[in-house]
Design a protein around this ligand. Structure first.
Ligand code: TUI
Length: 312
């Protein structure tokens, strides 16, 4: 039986889609990913409903390739954003940080493919029952809001539990890792961290440099004890956060520290008070390369890895 890979499912060149990337993934950036042959995705985290409408128009003005919108379900305007996504007939909808079940019908009836991002088998099964066309199984290696399981443990368990296709995410920055994800039963991969180091990515230069400088152990998860677990680069901000967690600080103290911290990283490059969301593969990212080169290298590395697998 031949498997339909992500590129065929989405009618794009490569089996690669971009992660949600709150505050980062504008219409311009997502358009660059789609133009390069992946699936670019506009993030809603950081945009109002009116701004999302503008970003979709901007992307559509630059490329007629398929694209997606990621609905961050903790967004204060979640209902309005969900309605706009249906109205705009966005080709692909991904979701994060919650259960999108109640919107799936409306998106599907307006013609979208619905691909929720999930961190566990139970949520994956709930998404299949709600009518999802596929799921992204995202391991804790990812940047941003993460679950507990690693990609290696999560992906095959989700593949075995579902009949719809599974896309792997978390810890994928090279062709070798894409090949491993396909070996686990995924039809493609969602990538984020590796795309931060591109000229097209609209983050502050300090953010890019911090990713380039990071080593394998350069990220940490804050909020595992209190609230929402988020993986980001280790810096003064994450250390302060962990200190608050150790002494079981109040919700207000966390809010004062964390409120606006992603914006301070993305727009100001503030290494002291910013949250530089980033995955564990930061240690593999060594240079700034155009998005098209990043995607092409991933695919070349994939073919090399496939051919290089030893027969036992
Ligand atoms: O959503 C992500 N990654 C994100 S969202 C984000 S924006 C943000 N900023 C600050 C604090 C929190 C969020 C940055 N990165 N990945 C997909 C993902 N979804 N990871 C975990 C989940 C998830 C968690 C709970 C999905 C469903 C879920 O359901 C709970 C329930 O039962 O409703």
């Amino acid at each position: 039986m031949t498997v339909k890979m992500l590129n065929e499912l989405l009618n794009i060149r490569y089996p690669l889609m971009q992660g949600g990337m709150a505050q980062v993934a504008t219409g311009g950036f997502a358009g660059a990913v789609s133009a390069a042959g992946g699936l670019g995705i506009i993030a809603t985290g950081g945009f109002s409903t009116a701004q999302l409408r503008e970003q979709i128009a901007l992307l559509r003005g630059r490329t007629d390739k398929p694209f997606g919108v990621n609905l961050m379900l903790m967004h204060p305007e979640v209902e309005e954003l969900a309605a706009l996504i249906a109205e705009e007939r966005v080709p692909v909808v991904t979701t994060g940080a919650g259960d999108p079940s109640r919107y799936v019908e409306s998106w599907k009836s307006s013609g979208s493919l619905v691909i929720p991002v999930i961190p566990s088998v139970a949520l994956a099964q709930r998404m299949e029952r709600a009518g999802a066309d596929a799921v992204v199984a995202e391991g804790t290696e990812s940047g941003g809001h993460v679950g507990e399981l690693t990609t290696m443990a999560l992906v095959p368990q989700v593949v075995d539990a579902l009949s719809v296709p599974v896309i792997a995410a978390g810890g994928i920055a090279s062709g070798r890792q894409l090949c491993a994800a396909v070996a686990l039963g995924a039809i493609g991969a969602q990538i984020g961290t590796v795309l931060l180091a591109s000229p097209e990515c609209p983050i502050h230069e300090n953010y890019k440099q911090a990713v380039l400088n990071a080593r394998d152990t350069g990220t940490v998860v804050t909020g595992r004890v209190s609230g929402t677990p988020v993986r980001a680069l280790k810096n003064r901000m994450s250390r302060e956060y962990l200190k608050l967690e150790e002494r079981h600080a109040s919700r207000e103290e966390f809010e004062v520290l964390a409120l606006g911290s992603l914006r301070r990283a993305v727009f100001e490059g503030d290494d002291r008070r910013g949250t530089f969301m980033c995955g564990q593969v930061a240690g593999m990212v060594r240079e700034i390369r155009p998005v098209a080169a990043i995607l092409a290298d991933l695919m070349e590395g994939y073919e090399q890895a496939r051919r290089g697998l030893p027969t036992l």
